[in-house]
Structures are given as structure tokens and as C-alpha cells.
Design a protein around this ligand. Structure first.
Ligand code: ZN
Length: 451
């Protein structure tokens, strides 16, 4: 498809009133489908004596239960005999996935081929909105397998007319770049920082490569780390947010937040303390509802699914790119937030302090932080370990100053407590010495070690 155009012009530029009407039509069909095909929802409506026909528009979704990962786990084997969220016949289930939970049994997830096609369209729209099109060649460093991201992007490429180089990881030989002259790479911030450094060590300048854009996904990050990555490659870096449950949101060339494909997924922002949806501009938990086109089928239907990620609706006005679908702030994982003396501290707050630009003359960007309690919980120590190219050559005083200034900027209560009952200690490690290198799986960079 022609670069700079829209994947689905009519839908992506649908005027707000028409888009809202389409959403409400799909809410009605989706709720009806859930009632008729999902054992969980069938029972729920019966138990609560609620007629699904009374759910007429998206505001009515607040009447329905919030579904967390825990609710899914308690409605599937071994807790129950059958998968109560499975909402299509086996003959229609194309693939089965398990999402790696941080604890216990993984959640099972069933996809029909239609689900795949819809997921792929979401990524196709994102690619096009970032300036990709026919003839582009993209290396996908995200892992294939039970995660659906890499497979969905590969499927999306077919419809956009792009070529995919499915390396699955970022440690591919530089031959890949030289031979195929890729125009884009998908990976995490850290993988792409590593790749730039490795290429530089091999006397290949990332800035002179064929790559035109970088796409990061699967994790939240500090703007400072994105800026640093963009500087290393001298290329724009776009964010995407996706999950097995079907959120696929992405930044367009305007960098004005992530567009939500509102005709296929409905996103509300919820306040768990107030038990209500919050207004645009307020921060809360991203809660999503699958939206099916009338007549569509879905393998796992979720209404009001609590992603446990926090976000903010930035705007429902048309974007300068021409798309009318709403834009949200990069979601952050609630599981990566710890509370210190009444103040929430997210992994991204630590990352921002690490990636202050002057620090990056000395640091690799790899870091980990631990929270310890003293005596009673009223005394807290935050220990930050940062990997240096060479600790001996690092201006440690400068790095500490930069970190603390950034960290305290939006945390006035912790700034007041600093030196009283809140301490920050720093460790400067040589390459390869962080604790996270010794652990398997997704690195945990902010760990609460209080009792
Ligand atoms: Zn836009």
C-alpha cells in the first residue's frame, strides 16, 4: 500500500459522531454474542437477572463486571472443568495461547481466524500510520511463540505489502542489515540500544544504516530512553502497545499519543478506588472490551477486561495525521509500581533518572533498583544499581546528581523525606554485573524487598 496513506481510510477517518454510533452498534452485538456464546457471561447475566438487551451503548458497560486476570484463571481448568471464557466452538478455534502470568497458572486465550484478521488489521493500520508501506522491509526482534505480537505483525505485513525478516531476537548478524537493507526494526528499547552499540563496536554506524524507523513495543519506557535510542540511530522511534487480549495501539508520525482502534476495541479508564470510569485527562486503569462487527465471532470474548496498566485519554479530537480515533498516553504497568512513604514510584521513574542525557556518556542504560525497609517501614532505602562502561572512568557524582534531580522533580514528598527517613544509595557496576543478568525471564528492574 502507498506510503503515507491509510490502511482503512473510511474507518480511520470516520467523523466522531459516526464512530460513536458504530461503537454502540458493536457494543450491542458484542454483549449479545457474549451472552449467547460465553459460558461465563451467560451465567453472569442469569445470576444477576440482567437482560443483555439493556446494554445499549458504551456507557452502559459500567454495569457489567470488571474481569481481571484472576477472574479468568478461576474460570478455567484446573479451577473449573471447562474454559468458561472460551466463546466459540472448537471447530472455529484456530490457535490457543497462554499469557505468562507473574504468578501461578497462565491464562488461556483462544483465537479464531477472524480474531487474527482483526488483530492484523490493527497492526497494519499502525504500520501505515508510522509511514511504512509497500516495499518496506522490517526485522522483527520480538519473540514468536505464545506471544502473539510478532505473529500479528507478520500477518499485518502481508496486507501492507511489506517484507518481514523474522529473526525473533536482536542478536542477528550484521549481514542481515547489509544483505537485505531493512527499513525498519521492531524491538524493545534495550535491545535496540544494545544493537546500536554492537554495530558501533563492529565499526558499523547505525546512523548510516538503511533503517528509517524503529518501533518499540511490549513495555513502557521513559521518554529519555526513547530520546537516547533515537539519537543513537538518528531515526524516529515509534511506540506500540499490544497484548494477547487484543489491545493494539500505536503512535502515528505526529507522536501525539497512541491511537486506539476504537471500532475494534473499546477502552475505558477506570478508578478502582471510586468504582467508576474516569474523565478524559485523568489517570486510571485501562479497561478494554472487544468489539465485534455484527455477525463476527471471537474465541475469547472479554468485556471490561482490567489490563492492570494505567493510562490517560489524551484526546478524542481528530489528530493532525487525519485519524479520528482517540489517543492515549503510553500505558504503564501497575505491577511495576511500588509505594514509598505514600508516593507511587514506577520503574519508569527510575529509568528516567538513569537515562538523563549527561549520564549516558558513562552508562550502558542497564539498571536495577531495590527498595529496602529499616526498623519499621517508616525508613526506606532505594538502592539503584547502574551498569557503566567503566566504573573507574565514570563521573559518579554527576550521575547521582542527575538521577536525584530527575527523580525528585515530580516526587515532592520524597524530596522532603530525603535525608530524613528516605535514602537513595547508588552502585556503579561493570558490564554484566547486575543481579538481573542471573535471573531468567523478563528482567525485573524495580524490586520491593521490604517484608
Ligand atoms: Zn495521528
Amino acid at each position: 500500500m502507498e506510503k503515507g496513506s491509510f490502511f482503512n481510510d473510511r474507518i480511520e477517518r470516520l467523523p466522531r459522531a459516526d464512530l460513536d454510533a458504530l461503537i454502540d452498534e458493536r457494543v450491542r452485538y458484542t454483549v449479545k454474542y457474549a451472552f449467547e456464546n460465553s459460558p461465563f457471561y451467560k451465567k453472569w447475566f442469569s445470576d444477576h437477572q440482567i437482560n443483555p438487551d439493556t446494554i445499549r451503548e458504551h456507557e452502559d458497560l459500567i454495569e457489567l463486571p470488571l474481569v481481571s486476570g484472576g477472574v479468568i484463571r478461576t474460570h478455567q481448568p484446573p479451577a473449573t472443568e471447562h474454559f468458561l471464557f472460551k466463546s466459540a466452538d472448537w471447530k472455529d478455534i484456530f490457535t490457543i495461547h497462554e499469557t505468562s502470568g507473574t504468578s501461578g497458572v497462565p491464562k488461556s486465550f483462544f483465537l479464531t481466524w477472524e480474531d487474527w484478521a482483526r488483530y492484523a488489521e490493527k497492526y497494519a493500520r499502525i504500520f501505515m500510520s508510522q509511514g511504512f508501506g509497500s516495499g518496506d522491509r522490517v526485522v522483527i526482534c520480538a519473540s514468536y511463540g505464545m506471544n502473539i505480537g510478532a505473529n500479528t505483525m507478520t500477518l499485518a505485513a502481508r496486507d501492507v505489502g511489506m517484507s518481514i525478516i523474522p529473526t525473533g531476537k536482536c542478536n542477528f548478524p550484521h549481514r542481515i542489515l547489509a544483505s537485505y537493507q531493512p527499513t525498519g526494526i521492531v524491538g524493545s528499547v534495550f535491545k535496540l540500544v544494545h544493537l546500536a552499540r554492537r554495530l558501533s563496536n563492529e565499526d558499523i554506524s547505525p546512523r548510516e544504516s538503511s533503517v528509517e524507523r524503529l518501533i518499540i513495543g511490549g513495555e513502557s519506557f521513559a521518554e529519555e530512553s526513547r530520546d537516547y535510542l533515537s539519537e543513537l540511530w538518528d531515526r524516529p522511534v515509534f511506540n506500540t502497545y499490544g497484548s494477547t487480549e487484543g489491545t493494539m495501539c500505536g503512535e502515528c508520525v505526529q507522536h501525539t499519543g497512541l491511537h486506539v482502534p476504537e471500532d475494534m476495541v473499546h477502552l475505558d479508564v477506570y478508578d478502582p478506588g471510586m468504582d467508576r470510569f474516569v474523565a478524559d485527562g485523568e489517570c486510571g486503569r485501562a479497561v478494554l472490551t472487544t468489539l465485534l462487527p455484527v455477525g463476527g465471532k471471537s474465541g475469547t470474548l472479554l468485556l471490561n477486561y482490567d489490563t492492570e496498566d494505567t493510562t490517560v485519554v489524551l484526546s478524542r479530537d481528530p489528530c493532525p495525521c487525519g485519524r479520528t480515533h482517540m489517543r492515549i498516553f503510553t500505558p504503564q504497568r501497575e505491577s511495576e509500581t511500588v509505594w514509598i512513604l505514600g508516593t507511587p514510584v514506577n520503574r519508569v521513574d527510575i529509568e528516567r533518572g538513569v537515562f538523563q542525557r549527561p549520564n549516558m556518556e558513562y552508562l550502558t542504560g542497564e539498571y536495577e533498583a531495590f527498595v529496602y525497609g529499616q526498623d519499621d517501614e517508616d525508613e526506606v532505602i532505594l538502592r539503584v544499581s547502574m551498569e557503566c562502561h567503566d566504573p573507574e572512568e565514570t563521573d559518579q557524582h554527576l550521575v547521582m546528581e542527575q538521577f536525584l534531580e530527575s527523580f525528585f522533580r515530580n516526587k515532592p514528598l520524597l524530596a522532603d523525606a530525603y535525608g530524613e527517613n528516605f535514602e537513595v544509595t547508588f552502585y556503579f557496576t561493570p558490564p554484566g554485573a547486575l543481579e538481573l543478568y542471573r535471573l531468567k525471564g523478563r528482567p525485573k528492574r524495580l524490586v520491593d524487598r521490604r517484608e
